[in-house]
Ligand binder design. Structure first.
Ligand SMILES: NC(=O)C1=CN([C@@H]2O[C@H](COP(=O)(O)OP(=O)(O)OC[C@H]3O[C@@H](n4cnc5c(N)ncnc54)[C@H](O)[C@@H]3O)[C@@H](O)[C@H]2O)C=CC1
Ligand SMILES: O=C(CO)COP(=O)(O)O
Length: 333
């Protein structure tokens, strides 16, 4: 049993806090919104993000950063990807120098093309950084529906430590030392879920979705291989697992955003409809640039990045995808 601080009181921070609490840890959640923090402490709910679900009664929350960082030296990060660096900079004077950081984020920083664990390395000057990722829709996990995840860290010891922190009878956590592959897979799935959503919004069915998911998986594997990561991470929970969950579920915010975008053709309408964290929108161009940097072709990701940028319509993007000359269907090439 450990003491753990969860940084972020949105859908995912609150869900991770419940899992950690169920796993027997003492958990304090930090959030910036006083009303939400009060609600967690008094009625044990977070209605804005998690409807009427009742959180563990032992779970408490604070807006006080000093209190949050004094509480423990295990910090679970659950803020949006694009704010992580500025958050870490402002938290730095308060953190324990021996702290362990566990990222739960699924995005790429637009301004630097950094992965989330790279940002923690850079800003906090530590190697003690793990991540937990996989097919984990908050709205299902908060109901304690059975789910699996992968805890990835640079060392087996840290990966095992992360597994032990999170594992519960309903949350099966596997380990990996392929941080790069697992993290890239998590960021890319957000983009592929947008592609699938767009196709649904355009009125297409399962065949189109299956093609986008499978070719999207291929893009994950090729990007992993080109970066020296294990391409087989693409076939695990972080890759295929998360693609199945996010692309297959109307609960995915990325898929839902894509659906509205595919139907309306308007980013403004989609933003209005899904006023939540939609990592694939912010990250699609960054993922594309990462691919271009290593010379990997990623047509599905490119189509999404162009639609999000407004340089091509959803239907022209799909036409473009369908016109690409097909080759042998190798998994990694
Ligand atoms: N919701 C889900 O099912 C899952 C989400 N994730 C990842 O978790 C991360 C967070 O997503 P969610 O919690 O779902 O989003 P959310 O939109 O539900 O909550 C985001 C939280 O971050 C806070 N926030 C926004 N800007 C901030 C800033 N500048 N500084 C500090 N806090 C700020 C918001 O107040 C809110 O509490 C994302 O990277 C997402 O991909 C990962 C797995 C599942
Ligand atoms: O990461 C998730 C599921 O694994 C959540 O997906 P969305 O961010 O698309 O809602």
């Amino acid at each position: 049993m450990s003491k753990v601080t969860v940084l972020g009181a949105g859908a995912w921070g609150s869900t991770m806090a419940q899992v950690l609490s169920d796993a027997g840890n003492h958990v304090l959640v930090w959030g910036r919104n006083q009303e939400i923090v009060n609600e967690i402490n008094t009625s044990h709910t977070n209605r804005k993000y998690l409807d009427e679900n009742v959180l563990p009664l032992g779970l408490s929350a604070t807006t006080n950063l000093s209190e949050a960082f004094e509480y423990s030296n295990i910090y679970v990060l659950a803020v949006p990807a694009q704010t992580l660096r500025e958050n870490l900079k402002s938290w730095k004077p308060l953190v324990d120098s021996d702290a362990t950081y566990i990222s739960t984020l699924k995005g790429i920083e637009v301004s630097t093309l950094s992965r989330m664990t790279e940002i923690v390395h850079e800003e906090m000057n530590t190697e003690n950084v793990a991540l937990i990722t996989g097919p984990n829709l908050a709205t299902e996990l908060i109901l304690r529906q059975p789910a699996g995840a992968v805890a990835a860290a640079p060392t087996k010891i840290l990966a095992e430590k992360t597994l032990k922190l999170f594992a519960t009878p309903y949350y099966r956590v596997y380990t990996s030392t392929d941080v790069l592959g697992c993290e890239l897979a998590g960021a890319i799935k957000s983009v592929i879920a947008l592609a699938v959503g767009i196709s649904i919004g355009m009125g297409f069915g399962e065949n189109t979705q299956a093609m986008l998911i499978t070719r999207g998986l291929n893009e994950v594997a090729r990007l992993c291989a080109a970066h020296g990561a294990d391409p087989l991470s693409a076939a695990g929970l972080a890759g295929m697992g998360d693609l199945v969950a996010s692309c297959g579920s109307p609960l995915s915010r990325n898929r839902t955003f894509g659906e509205v975008l595919g139907r309306s053709g308007s980013m403004a309408v989609a933003r209005e409809h899904v006023a939540k964290t939609v990592e694939g929108v912010a990250s699609s161009n960054a993922v594309l640039e990462i691919a271009h940097r290593v010379g990997v072709e990623v047509p599905v990701i490119e189509a999404v990045a162009d639609v999000v940028a407004g340089t091509i319509s959803p239907s022209d993007a799909l036409d473009r995808l369908m016109e690409i000359t097909t080759r042998a269907e190798n998994f990694i090439r």
